[in-house]
Design a binder for this molecule. Structure first.
Ligand code: PLP
Length: 459
């Protein structure tokens, strides 16, 4: 059998170099020496040399119920043996229909219509295509501009990548022209000295209103926002920001898409964070990741009754939404998602996150006594530890290199970090305990201290 057990680590690394990984540096393709993970259990991962680490990023913000769950394995096996696949164009399946109803019940307000995709990027892409379609059907084809934010991440299809606001990641990558606009990031750390959070919030909300007025409300279709900018470094916007942005959107008839690919399914202690944490009922919510806890790929969006009714009112004849995937509502993925929701429910993981989240934040904030830690931002079970070697003389390259040192030391000590630029983002499986949080923070502190010692010792 071609399993990991038949090859040693070096042989696996060589094979792995044939796989072009996401965000690979193609200039050095073939020379990566990646860790090869072979097993996972709870919050822990074990590599091909038997070294165990805490999974700090929770896979990629997605392994919410933890690794190695028998419940998912059983549900997936059972579904494959009863119905492994059939075309979603032609028929329905029990798991996808039950899942759709369950998600609609969990989603806030009148968000009652579920469209399934294959991942978060295709969820965002589908949401944007739906918005374009909606405005075409409503007879306003010029209402197509989308407002996003610098620092956001929305995916890797052409449309969702254009929407993303991580500017470094646009280099050498063509983007769509003209219709997607980025507001400054609502990152409180960047506010001028002396500016209150309230004044900063006013300024960021004004950015949105000004942009709508500049483009013309008749031309702006939607505002897309992650509740917390996740891979932008866990940026928690100032209090009231989302509610006030929604008010602005309502005032100018602009749709609000809440990108909950990271924040849904427990990361912030609720199935969806938009209403429960930030007090908004958007028009569309996109999701993926925690929907199946990463065991199998699945994404989706939930659309409001209002939008569907608007479409129905304006359709004298058929109006096909020509958007979908061979694997939309895949029965095996839907079965995994249902089993995942059952685990979240039966193990009380939402309540667990709500009760342990403040401890997680408090422990990580203790790292702010380290001179290199510029800020720790945390909410629920997601956190960003931003490292800046010298805030008087900012140097991004030096800070990114520092975070890589932290990563290397932490991995040796038993914690996977995988920094995003100069930010160590933590989103461990939601099953993490207090003692495990203590371990995670202890190792992160030791990793940062070792990296600092190394930098100080460098000539
Ligand atoms: C907020 C957000 N939206 C969309 C995506 C894209 O999801 P995927 O990688 O599943 O396509 C991501 C991925 O990290 C994300 O963080």
């Amino acid at each position: 059998m071609n399993t990991a057990a038949n090859f040693d680590t070096q042989a696996l690394r060589e094979k792995d170099n044939i796989f072009i990984h996401p965000w690979d540096d193609l200039a050095v393709l073939g020379s990566y020496q990646r860790t090869i993970m072979t097993r996972g259990k709870g919050i822990y991962l074990t590599d091909s040399d038997g070294h165990e680490v805490i999974d700090g990023p929770g896979g990629m913000w997605c392994v919410n119920i933890g690794h190695g769950r028998e419940e998912i394995a059983q549900a997936v096996a059972k579904q494959i043996l009863s119905l492994g696949y059939f075309s979603p164009w032609a028929v329905g399946s029990a798991p996808s229909s039950i899942l759709a109803e369950r998600l609609a019940a969990l989603a806030p307000g009148d968000l009652n219509h579920v469209f399934f995709t294959t991942c978060g990027s295709t969820a965002v892409d589908s949401a944007l295509r739906f918005v374009f379609f909606y405005n075409n059907v409503l007879g306003r084809p010029e209402k197509k501009h989308i407002i996003s934010r610098i620092g956001s991440y929305h995916g890797s299809t052409h449309l969702s990548a254009t929407c993303s606001g991580k500017l470094l990641e646009k280099k050498n990558m063509d983007m769509m022209d003209g219709i997607i606009h980025h507001l400054p990031t609502p990152k409180p750390l960047l506010r001028p000295e002396g500016m209150t959070l309230e004044a900063f919030s006013d300024a960021k909300v004004k950015d949105l209103e000004d942009k709508i007025l500049e483009l013309g409300p008749d031309r702006v279709a939607a505002f897309i926002a992650e509740p917390i900018l996740a891979s932008g470094g866990v940026i928690v916007p100032p209090p009231g920001y989302h509610q006030r942005c929604l008010e602005i959107c309502r005032r100018y008839d602009v749709l609000y898409i809440s990108d909950e690919v990271v924040t849904a399914f427990g990361r912030l202690g609720h199935y969806f964070a938009s209403e429960s944490v930030f007090g908004i009922v958007p028009d569309i919510i996109t999701m993926a990741k925690g929907l199946t806890s990463g065991y199998v790929p699945m994404g989706g969006m939930v659309i409001s009754d209002r939008l569907i009714q608007d479409l129905r009112k304006n359709c004298e004849d058929a109006r096909y939404f020509f958007n979908g995937f061979t694997y939309s509502g895949h029965p095996v993925c839907a079965a995994a998602a249902l089993a995942n929701l059952d685990v979240i429910e039966h193990e009380g993981l939402l309540a667990h996150v709500r009760s342990i989240g403040p401890y997680f934040a408090e422990c990580l904030r203790s790292l702010e006594d380290l001179p290199v830690v510029a800020e720790v931002r945390a909410m629920g079970l997601m956190a960003g530890v931003e490292c800046t070697l010298n805030s008087d003389e900012p140097d991004e390259d030096r800070d990114y290199a520092f975070a890589l040192r932290v990563d290397r030391h932490c991995q040796e000590l038993g914690l996977l970090v995988r920094p995003i630029y100069n930010m160590c983002v933590m989103s461990p499986p939601l099953v993490i305990t207090r003692t495990q949080i203590d371990d995670l923070v202890r190792i992160l502190r030791a990793g940062i201290e070792l990296a600092m010692a190394e930098v100080l010792a460098a000539p």
